[in-house]
Design a binder for this molecule. Sequence first.
Ligand SMILES: [Fe+2]
Length: 382
Amino acid sequence: MISVVKMLVLTVWFLILLKCSVEPVNQENIVTSLDKIENEKKQLISLKQDSFLSHEKTPPNFKVAIFGDSGVGRGFESVLELVKKEQADMVIHLGDFSYYLDHHYGAQIWDKKVNEILGEKYPYFLVAGNHEAPGWNSYVELFYKRLQHLPQGTCKVAQGVKDLGVKSYCNYKGVFMLLSGVGSVGIGHESFIRSALERNKSSDWKICAWHKNQNSLQLGHKPSEVGWAPYKLCQTHGAVVATGHEHSYGRTRTLTEVSNILKDHGAIGANDEVTLAPGKNFVSVIGTGGKSFRPYNCLKGALDPWWASIYTTNYVVKNREPVKPLSCVDNLDELKEDDQNTIDFGVLFLELNFGGQEKKARGRFVTTKGRVLDEFMVTKEN
Ligand SMILES: [Fe+2]
């Protein structure tokens, strides 16, 4: 009798899994279909609640493309073309996708462009930004659809599928990604981030990704909206921090005391060599995904010592060497969407296990016009 019941339960689970992987999503009714997915996902999570993510090894030269703040215009297309040209293995999109107030419509255009250039099955991970905060469900649905092409259990959420990109983490090809809405969407992030990092200590590479930032860790006028706790937690675990929101690029040296501005966030080491270890990481802002391009905030004065490389409209520095001297007189306007044919947007590429070395990575910030405006080596000490 017991074995008959067992068989029955296993059959039901099998049918649920089968249904989840093949059933098309009804785009006409976001709420209803999302709730339906929610129920299925909860069942999947409960089924696997005691299992850990796969500990797949990162392949040699595994290339991760990171950017945010794309819009869905010509600029975004040029960024996707760059990702394709660079033959990146996956994308982390740091939020602010379409900027449309009609989020459902905006999400559809965003998805169509990604599908056209990279394909429906391309591994593409999302983080919620402020511009889609009220309509995140539209993106969750598309994110979930994409996950169906990846191994089961690639991503985990705090409670339900609506937490994807908000309180979630994924592990793909040995790369742990914290995908957080901290500062943009949701509450109670700190405890989730802490437990996510604790559960994934053994991952080969760790990347903390969220949209917003702290004022001293971006190059423009953005206020501090994340708080220091997420930065500190990711530093404790030696995870790269990737953010967006400000529409320019910046990458720090190795930081050892993030939040301690009086001590330059504990910046140490060479400009073109950063270290990842417990208590050591670097922070990057990559808001150059296609929407617009902004200047360095001249009120900041000289470039703070924790920055290694920056790319803004009026100031470009590569490993502390000026490429374009600071100008606080001209070109201080934001270059907007209309200028997308002329703006040179950019992507941060991290090539993990560079040259087959398991503790090395190469970082490059490449623009859509082919300029390499940042280049650095990453050494993992843990
Ligand atoms: Fe934003």
